[in-house]
Design a protein around this ligand. Structure first.
Ligand code: CTP
Ligand code: MG
Length: 221
């Protein structure tokens, strides 16, 4: 039963501004979703995959999985109004026997086998969760009404990515409560008292938000 991947793809892609949801905008020949789906399918670490699809796109998601021969895909559930609600919907398909849940954004197509290994390994060393993070090269300021109120010590800051890996029982407890304000899974696990480790992230795992991001990621394929 091992490791279940929860691939959240249910966002509308407001900032990308295309007619179709972001997960179904083309990256090369295929929808953006196909890239992360194929990589999870091919990963030696992943046993099963649940996709959270935009409402009305469940069937195209299953067809895409078939086209990619992604036999690990067990369900395409309807996502929710927020990312956290989409994760919760996908989590409902994961059996208790699954020890580990790895949650990934379809908006980050270029995940690697090395990174999957990096976030999974510490779970056997007593951590509740593991997230990839990157240091922040710029100087960071706290700003109110256009005025700088503080220069923040960036040495303690990281920008976190997905995939984020958790013990399934821990993730389920974290998602049992109020989801408001959570922009990643780790925030809910942290709030529930979980110990989350940060490992080195990957600059190529950037999140596609704008058309320029999509062009940049396409140039890396
Ligand atoms: N996501 C989701 N369900 C939502 C919102 C987001 O499954 N209700 C997923 C997106 O599909 C994406 C990831 O969460 O893979 C990160 O979200 P984001 O990059 O913000 O995507 P969108 O919400 O689609 O984009 P935007 O905020 O520009 O509308
Ligand atoms: Mg969003």
């Amino acid at each position: 039963m091992g490791v279940w991947a929860l691939l959240v793809a249910a966002g509308t892609g407001e900032r990308l501004g295309e007619e179709r949801p972001k997960a179904f905008v083309r990256l090369g020949e295929l929808p953006l979703l196909a890239e992360s789906l194929r990589r999870l399918e091919e990963s030696g670490w992943i046993d099963s995959i649940v996709v959270a699809a935009p409402s009305g796109w469940e069937e195209p998601t299953i067809l895409l999985a078939e086209e990619l021969s992604a036999a690990k895909v067990v369900a395409a559930v309807t996502g929710g109004a927020t990312r956290a609600e989409s994760v919760r919907a996908a989590l409902s398909e994961v059996p208790d026997a699954a020890a580990v849940a790895l949650v990934h954004d379809a908006a980050r197509p270029l995940l690697t086998e090395e990174l999957i290994e990096r976030v999974l390994t510490p779970l056997s060393e007593g951590w509740d969760g593991v997230v990839p993070g990157l240091g922040i090269p710029d100087t960071v300021k706290r700003v109110r009404d256009d005025a700088i109120v503080e220069t923040v010590d960036r040495s303690e800051l990281v920008a976190v990515q997905t995939p984020q890996a958790f013990l399934t029982a821990v993730l389920r407890r974290a998602y049992a409560g109020d989801l408001s304000g959570a922009t990643d899974c780790s925030a809910l696990v942290e709030a529930a008292g979980g110990r989350v480790k940060v490992v080195r992230g990957d600059p190529r795992l950037m999140k596609v938000t704008t058309t320029a991001d999509l062009e940049l990621v396409a140039s890396w394929l």
